[in-house]
Design a binder for this molecule. Structure first.
Ligand SMILES: Cc1cc2nc3c(=O)[nH]c(=O)nc-3n(C[C@H](O)[C@H](O)[C@H](O)COP(=O)(O)OP(=O)(O)OC[C@H]3O[C@@H](n4cnc5c(N)ncnc54)[C@H](O)[C@@H]3O)c2cc1C
Length: 388
């Protein structure tokens, strides 16, 4: 078998990269180790409107709910309401969503091989285990879209992402106070260094957390979370699905080597402020697909991918990492002060106007223009000081 471009991993990043390689004239193969697309699911499925636009699909049967805002709870229990003017995000069924994206890639001309695991790279060939049989496939360019485990990056000798958060979640019946609002829980008791959530859809919710610190396993914090007074009043006790997974943060120094490029979680293209990877992965995958097709025709150097994706999202990722590191080190007392500061009149309007889950730097810039600039600088100063 001979292909111009082989994409390993049929998650959102692999689907978009293979679609764009095929769209740009490359004979493209998409490889997935599982027997079906989109499972097992390791996601809360909360994506912005911009993510849907970036994935070039409109609302479909995969949309389970539409979100207009969030209730954020400080460790001390203060509630901050972030109210969007219209729909800000969707709760999606990742299985259906991933299938829709892969379907579009196939429609564009990519071939798909399921039950096929990437095993290694050998001089312009990839070796795979396909339905139990070892095969070699020729590919001029290989795109590793194989998620957090990143076996393509390892085989190519590319460095790993800088850090990994550990996430845990379950799905359960839930009596949401407002089913159009996500709930965010902060505090070292529930999610040290990051945050916990309840994302409602219909009469259910995905309840979980990601942690960046703390010496206990994620399950311990999940058990603490369900005792939170807000959650305890809405969650009735049974669970329908469990998810455990890692979230990579901080792109490695290099994502291209020889004829290999990495994209999506495999390249750490994940928002450090939220742990969301669908939007950034799609932005970068489209670049990867196009560069791969052109590099296979020797019209472009494969290294252009590194330059192009970093110029598209590198600044936002770097700023997000600074915000992630600084907020992640705040004590519960500092977090209480921070949330109470955001709750002041004027501030919440600013959040409503400029809050963008894909680009937190836009909001930060606007907040720094406000009358309370010095207090914000002092609070951020507390956060930044904890970094060093
Ligand atoms: C608990 C949790 C909650 C999350 N919630 C959100 C959220 O609400 N919103 C959001 O945007 N993001 C969220 N994320 C992150 C999001 O799930 C990922 O960023 C996203 O799935 C990355 O897409 P990807 O295509 O890069 O990788 P993946 O979706 O991981 O896809 C990689 C694919 O590669 C395949 N694969 C791996 N190795 C091989 C191999 N050797 N051979 C062949 N195939 C292989 C896998 O089977 C998989 O299908 C969450 C993550 C976790 C853990």
């Amino acid at each position: 078998m001979k292909y111009d471009v082989a994409v390993i991993g049929a998650g959102p990043a692999g689907a978009m990269a293979s679609k764009y390689a095929a769209l740009n004239g490359a004979k493209t193969l998409l490889i997935e180790e599982h027997a079906s697309i989109g499972s097992p699911v390791q996601c809360t499925g909360l994506i912005s409107k911009a993510a849907l636009t970036e994935c070039e699909i409109s609302e479909g049967s995969f949309v389970l709910a539409k979100m207009k805002g969030a209730f954020v709870y400080s460790p001390g229990g203060e509630e901050l309401t972030i109210r969007g003017k219209d729909v800000k995000a969707y709760v999606i069924d990742r299985k259906l969503f991933d299938r829709e994206l892969v379907g579009r890639s196939i429609d564009t001309g990519a071939d798909l091989m399921l039950k096929t695991r990437f095993m290694g790279l050998h001089h312009g060939r990839i070796s795979v285990l396909s339905s139990g049989e070892r095969k070699d496939i020729h590919a001029d360019i290989v795109i590793g879209a194989d998620g957090i485990m990143g076996s393509v990056g390892r085989a190519a000798g590319l460095p790993r992402c800088k850090k990994f958060l550990s996430g845990i979640q379950f799905e359960a019946p839930y009596d949401a106070c407002d089913a159009q609002f996500v709930e965010i829980f902060t505090g070292n008791k529930f999610a040290p260094g990051f945050f916990a959530w309840a994302v409602p859809f219909g009469r259910m919710a995905r309840i979980g957390l990601a942690k960046n610190a703390g010496d206990r396993p994620a399950l311990h914090y999940l058990e603490e979370l369900i005792k939170h007074p807000v959650l305890a009043s809405r969650y009735r006790g049974s669970r329908t699905e469990h998810v455990v997974g890692g979230i990579p943060l901080g792109a490695p120094e290099r994502t291209v080597k020889d004829n290999v490029m990495l994209v999506g979680d495999a390249a750490g293209q994940v928002k450090p402020t939220s742990g969301g990877g669908v939007y950034m992965g799609a932005v970068c995958a489209k670049i990867a697909g196009e560069v791969a097709a052109r590099a296979a025709r020797k019209e472009m150097d494969i290294k252009e991918y590194e330059k192009k994706w970093r110029s598209a999202v590198g600044r936002e990722l770097a700023l997000g990492m600074i915000i992630h590191k600084s907020l992640g080190k705040l004590s519960d007392e500092n977090l209480n002060e921070f949330i109470s500061f955001l709750n002041r009149p004027g501030m919440s309007e600013c959040i409503t106007e400029y809050g963008d889950m894909d680009h937190p730097s836009v909001l930060l810039k606007e907040m720094l223009k406000g009358a309370d600039k010095m207090r914000l600088v002092r609070l951020l100063g507390v956060a930044f000081k904890t970094l060093f």
